[in-house]
Ligand binder design. Structure first.
Ligand SMILES: *[C@@H]1O[C@H](CO)[C@@H](O)[C@H](O)[C@H]1NC(C)=O
Ligand SMILES: *[C@@H]1O[C@H](CO)[C@@H](O)[C@H](O)[C@H]1NC(C)=O
Ligand SMILES: *[C@@H]1O[C@H](CO)[C@@H](O)[C@H](O)[C@H]1NC(C)=O
Length: 501
């Protein structure tokens, strides 16, 4: 409580002394653009009873020294220092009267210059109170000039793919400096530098850097300059020269004997435009019935086999030459014409059939697996023994088909197609390892053996579960005894080897 009371006392004392005393009132800060006009406000708040104003002096504080700008004196009148005579006036007419009032000595600064930026002092000399003064900082702005340009009027896309500054945006002689950013679809890099000029202004330069290419031709770069919340935009369009990009139109793969009115056309995208098209036939001269019309080759009259060959078109502009070729072959008869609609419906049908088939197969496989799992359990011996038991039966009914369909999916789709679902459960052909046993030798007559033997030896993993050694043993058996003479065609040195194994 005591402290609060003390504090209130101090504040009140201060305010009262302020009101009763004299002070010079000025703005906190002032700014203006070069060339513009600005008021530097200065008011003397007098006391009661008022003190007498002897003189008012405006001074510029620069480099630590004071320089007079203007003086108002009740008896001597008004005086503006020579450097400011044209540009500085007292705003209030009462200051210039014969018996002036000097309470408001605001000055008007016109045609601002950069050098006017300084601290200005407004000093009141009074009697008997002495001097009272205040200061204001004047800041002078310069709006930069914005300039945007292409680095060179035209750029050339080179195969070296070197990055090049393609456009430059400059915000020159601004104070404070402007900021630059870019808006464009073209990917690139930006480098921005800022320079301080001798007059205290700033120049900002920003370059847009990219690899000139065919793709960037005619792209727009926009430079956005911001200065004191004012935004300027300026755009340039890239003009990039590139060698021709060539392709040949006209060959539809259906040039048949005696077809008429066919032509090849050389299409080039180039900047500048192609100045020369040249046609040639590789390792040959262009047939006489083929007329060259700039970028078009006209095949006059019915086509013969003579026009076959590789046609090359060379397109040249000032940047370079590029080529394209087409291999023309002549058919004996036209290709069957299929309407596009038909093709689409056929494809759709095939797709639908494929999807249906896939779904059915998946369902079937799952079904069979579930059945097998529930009926057989996990015993591997049973899984292996089962197919061997039933195989003779199957071969009787469908032996041919087993040899032709070596994998599970094919087998299942066969079953689907032939309605074999009504097989009694124990006979339902197993899916996984059992099928691989099928082409084994014991159930076949001896004349099929060599075929199976070779196939199993070359691709052991495909159809044969048995190890290759087993197959070899079966083959060698008849000749092992060695009691009778070896069969013709079998080398004698293999016998001891086999026996020692
Ligand atoms: C301040 O000093 C600079 C050089 O240091 C001079 O160019 C300039 O004119 C001076 N300004 C004033 C108001 O004297
Ligand atoms: C005016 O400028 C002076 C020197 O440039 C600086 O020290 C001072 O703080 C400024 N006053 C205001 C009110 O900005
Ligand atoms: C053109 O002839 C050269 C040799 O004479 C041969 O190497 C080349 O394969 C031929 N080209 C064609 C497209 O026939």
């Amino acid at each position: 409580m005591e402290q609060a009371g003390l504090w209130i006392f101090f504040v009140t004392t201060c305010v009262i002394s302020e009101v009763n005393g004299q002070r010079v009132e000025m703005d906190d800060g002032k700014s203006g653009y070069v060339g513009s006009k600005v008021d530097l406000r200065c008011r003397f708040i007098n006391s009661n009873p008022p003190v007498k104003i002897s003189q008012v002096t405006w001074q510029k504080l620069a480099n630590g020294s004071k320089q007079n700008v203007a003086i108002a004196n009740p008896s001597l009148g008004v005086s503006v220092a020579p450097p400011y005579r044209d540009r500085v006036t007292f705003k209030n007419a009462a200051v210039r009267r014969r018996t002036p009032t000097l309470e408001d000595t605001t000055i008007v600064f016109s045609s601002l210059r950069l050098s006017d930026e300084a601290t200005y002092i407004c000093e009141y000399t009074t009697f008997p109170a002495g001097n009272r003064e205040n200061t204001v900082n004047l800041t002078v702005y310069v709006r930069p000039t914005t300039q945007m340009s292409l680095s060179t009027p035209t750029l050339v896309a080179r195969s070296s793919n070197l990055k090049t500054p393609v456009a430059t945006c400059i915000s020159a002689n601004g104070k404070p400096p402007g900021t630059i950013r870019w808006e464009t679809r073209v990917p690139g890099e930006v480098t921005t530098r800022e320079y301080i000029n001798s007059d205290g202004t700033f120049t900002v330069q920003s370059d847009y850097i990219l690899v000139p290419s065919r793709e960037t031709h005619r792209e727009t770069l926009t430079c956005v300059t911001t200065y004191n919340e004012e935004v300027y935009t300026d755009s340039v369009t890239l003009d990039i020269q590139y060698e021709p990009n060539v392709m040949i139109d006209g060959f539809d793969g259906n040039w048949y004997l005696n077809r008429e009115n066919v032509q090849l056309s050389c299409q080039a995208d180039a900047n500048p435009v192609v100045s020369l098209y040249q046609w040639r036939l590789v390792n040959n001269s262009i047939p006489s019935n083929v007329e060259i019309r700039d970028n078009v080759l006209l095949f006059k009259g019915p086509i013969t086999y003579e026009v076959q060959g590789t046609y090359v078109c060379d397109a040249t502009n000032s940047i370079g030459t590029s080529s394209a070729f087409v291999e023309v072959s002549v058919l004996e008869k036209p290709l069957p014409q299929i309407a596009t609609g038909d093709v689409i419906s056929v494809i759709a049908l095939l797709l639908a059939a494929g999807v249906l088939m896939g779904i059915t197969i998946t369902v079937l496989v799952l079904k069979i697996r579930t059945r097998k799992d529930s009926s057989l359990g996990d015993s591997p011996s049973r899984k292996l023994s089962q197919p061997i038991r039933k195989r003779p039966d199957d071969i009787q009914h469908a032996g041919r088909f087993y040899e032709e369909l070596p994998n599970t999916a094919d087998y299942v789709s066969y079953r689907l197609a032939c309605n074999k679902e009504d097989y009694p459960e124990p006979y339902s052909p197993p899916i996984n390892p059992p099928l691989s046993f099928l082409p084994q030798q014991p159930y076949h007559p001896s004349q099929t053996m060599p075929v199976l033997g070779t196939s199993s030896a070359s691709t052991p993993s495909k159809n044969t579960f048995a190890p290759p050694t087993h197959t070899t043993a079966v083959f060698k058996y008849p000749s092992v005894p060695g009691l009778s003479s070896p069969p013709p065609g079998v080398g004698p040195y293999t016998f001891p080897k086999e026996q020692y194994v």
